[in-house]
Design a protein around this ligand. Structure first.
Ligand code: 0RA
Length: 648
């Protein structure tokens, strides 16, 4: 066939076909940016992507495993592949050599069979004919069927018909394209080695087994010419390894999942490191989608779904902190590479995949594969979940720190919890705050207090048991936030007594089991998070009376059973005697509450301090038990042993 073509060509006036070529390719020369994006350095490199892309297509089709690229003196580029070689027989429709058609017809794209994943590295997919149009000189050489055939072009126009210039081994095949960009079109004509190397490395990762060699053959420096060969049998797995080279991985091998046979061939590699960033690299048909798109969305959906599913099976203690998609992606490096036959690119720079069907495809196909992988690799799941929960904790801690910082500012500008009935004095030395169990007792306390120096903070129900909850959850509860903000001295390492707003913090609860429980919960909180408050003697327990004894018109309050027995024994005649038991603080009138429990002249307070920190720690942590009843019992009978009582 090739011989016939040559015979025909030799006998023909070549100008006929040249005219049609000019019509097509002249448009490229008039508006080059429309075809290759720009005529700056990016456009200049784009020519290389376009040519190499044709060779990559041969590799994708399974006919090529080596591509050699050289930067030539005079800033030419030579790309040689070991693919099938561009056909050199006569093209049935165009009546010239197929080689010439490929090199001169716009959008011929190289191949005539439907090449479904062709997008071109530059996203424009204009084909090698554009490169030809924008080159002062292009030489195409084909090794095929034992022959070496070449054709030369200038600005897209053939300089003559293709010529057989020699023979090659019968099993030798491939294409060489050498071109010199037109410096009247490009503002920049000097190739950047690293730009080319980066892309070829990337291509080698994406096309496992394909070997790409880049050599800089420009100026003779006497030194060895820069040359690199990129070949990664591990594919995208090695890509992730390369990206994370300077990070500390959480497990030895990246997770590498390949779904070659689905509707959209898909390959994912992912690896966790001990850092905080998420690092995604996504590709569609070997083109980097810098701005992600639907394939990345699908990946994220699947990842979140599958990891969350496995998180359900975690031990109970871990689960009380909820994890987010961001927690799941912290420290994750992933490469997502998909093949899409009709990709739609979005955005100003067209670097984002838009096909909506891809999101659901990736979510389900990759999700199923990842689920399967995790079922088979429980050790990996454990490492990942540990990391994810660590991220969740750190996130919540950071959030709390920010919230508290913000709240502190609010506080400084006079903002205090709405439930707090503050005192009018601003001298902490004389100020007291009563933490009161229940809103109704809180109401009585507000009415009965000495407003100048006594503040009231009603507590609704019980605060969280801080021994059983993470710091983050503790700080999330409104009651504790109110407490922290009202007291004003901050928490944990940030607990600064100079900022304390009250000299005395008085816990005022009913004299019953629930009251004791609330006391203990509050003391546990102060012990764990505001320890200096206890150590410096700022925390007190109020001692409301248990009984009111009325003899005639005289009233007396009795504070415990023993006191009651003595008082009863002292009564000689028991006429006109009434004894009332207070079921709770709420049963007292504001006046009674003040008189019996809050009046500094008459009240009893217990000052709390820690006798032995280690013992206290043991006891407080012992209170973590799941069973409420034994804990209550313990509190009732033992809690006060930890706390030394001091009557004032
Ligand atoms: C047209 C048809 C075939 C291959 C090619 C073009 C081809 C183009 C380029 C550009 C650079 N390297 C290339 N390698 C091949 C298919 C040929 C066949 O069916 O044998």
């Amino acid at each position: 066939m090739a011989e016939n073509v040559e015979e025909e060509k030799k006998n023909e006036d070549y100008s006929g076909s040249s005219i049609t070529v000019l019509e097509g390719l002249e448009a490229v020369r008039v508006r080059p940016a429309m075809y290759i994006g720009s005529t700056d350095i990016r456009g200049l490199h784009h020519l290389v992507w376009e040519v190499v892309d044709n060779s990559v297509d041969e590799a994708l089709a399974g006919f090529c495993n080596h591509i050699e690229i050289s930067i030539l003196p005079g800033n030419g580029i030579r790309v040689t592949d070991n693919g099938r070689g561009i056909p050199t027989d006569i093209h049935p429709k165009e009546k010239v050599g197929t080689l010439e058609v490929v090199m001169t017809k716009l959008h011929a794209g190289g191949k005539f069979d439907s090449n479904s994943y062709k997008v071109s590295a530059g996203l424009h997919g204009v084909g090698v004919s554009c490169v030809n149009a924008l080159s002062t000189k292009l030489i195409a050489t084909v090794r095929r069927n034992g022959k070496v055939v070449t054709q030369t072009f200038s600005k897209g126009v053939p300089c003559g018909p293709q010529q057989e210039i020699g023979t090659c081994a019968a099993d030798d095949h491939g294409t060489t394209i050498e071109f010199y960009p037109d410096d009247t079109i490009f503002s920049e004509t000097v190739y950047v080695y690293d730009t080319l190397a980066t892309r070829f490395r990337e291509l080698a990762f994406l096309m496992s087994g394909l070997r790409l060699t880049l050599t800089d053959e420009r100026e003779e420096t006497g030194e060895e010419k820069p040359s690199e060969t990129f070949c990664f049998p591990g594919g995208v797995s090695e890509f992730v390894r390369y990206v994370d080279e300077h990070r500390t991985p959480l497990f030895n091998e990246p997770i590498h999942l390949v779904l070659p046979d689905g509707q959209y061939p898909l390959e994912v590699a992912m690896w966790y490191n001990d850092g905080y960033q998420e690092n995604f690299f996504s590709f569609v048909n070997n083109v980097n989608t810098y701005d992600g798109g639907t394939h990345v969305t699908g990946f994220k959906t699947a990842l979140t779904r599958v990891i969350s599913k496995f998180a359900q099976d975690m031990p109970k203690g871990k689960k009380d902190i909820s994890i987010t998609a961001d927690d799941i992606r912290e420290g994750l490096t992933a490469v997502i590479a998909i093949k899409v036959s009709q990709p739609q690119f979005e955005g100003q720079t067209k670097r984002k995949l838009g096909n909506s069907e891809i999101a659901s495809y990736v979510a389900s196909a990759f999700g199923a594969k990842l689920d399967e992988y995790f079922q088979e690799n429980p050790a990996a799941v454990k490492v990942i979940l540990d990391k994810v929960y660590f991220a969740a904790q750190a996130r919540e801690a950071a959030h709390k720190a920010r919230t508290l910082a913000r709240r502190k500012n609010v506080l400084e500008s006079g903002g205090l919890p709405g439930k707090l009935a503050d005192c009018s004095s601003r001298d902490p030395k004389e100020c007291e705050m009563f933490i009161v169990e229940g809103d109704s007792a809180g109401g009585s306390a507000k009415q009965g207090r000495k407003r100048e120096f006594q503040a009231i903070l009603p507590l609704r129900g019980k605060i969280l048991n801080v021994e059983k909850a993470s710091l983050h959850r503790v700080l999330d509860t409104e009651e504790i936030q109110n407490l922290v903000n009202a007291i004003g001295c901050g928490l944990g390492t940030e607990c600064k007594l100079e900022k304390l707003r009250y000299n005395k913090i008085v816990i005022m609860t009913d004299a019953d089991v629930d009251g004791s429980h609330i006391q203990t919960l509050l003391l546990t909180f102060f012990f764990r998070y505001m320890r200096p408050l206890i150590d410096e003697g700022h925390v007190y327990l109020a001692m409301p009376p248990l009984y009111k004894l009325k003899v005639g018109l005289k009233e007396r309050y009795l504070f415990d059973e023993k006191e009651k027995e003595i008082a009863m024994a002292e009564l000689e005649d028991k006429k006109n005697v009434t004894i009332t038991r207070f079921k709770g603080l709420g049963e007292m009138s504001p006046e009674q509450l003040f008189e019996t429990t809050m009046d500094p002249e008459k009240r009893f307070l217990k000052q709390c301090y820690v006798e032995d920190a280690v013992v206290a720690d043991q006891i407080f942590s012992m209170l973590m038990g799941e069973d409420v009843e034994p804990r209550r019992k313990f509190i009732e009978t033992n809690a006060y042993k930890v706390l030394n009582d001091l009557d004032i």
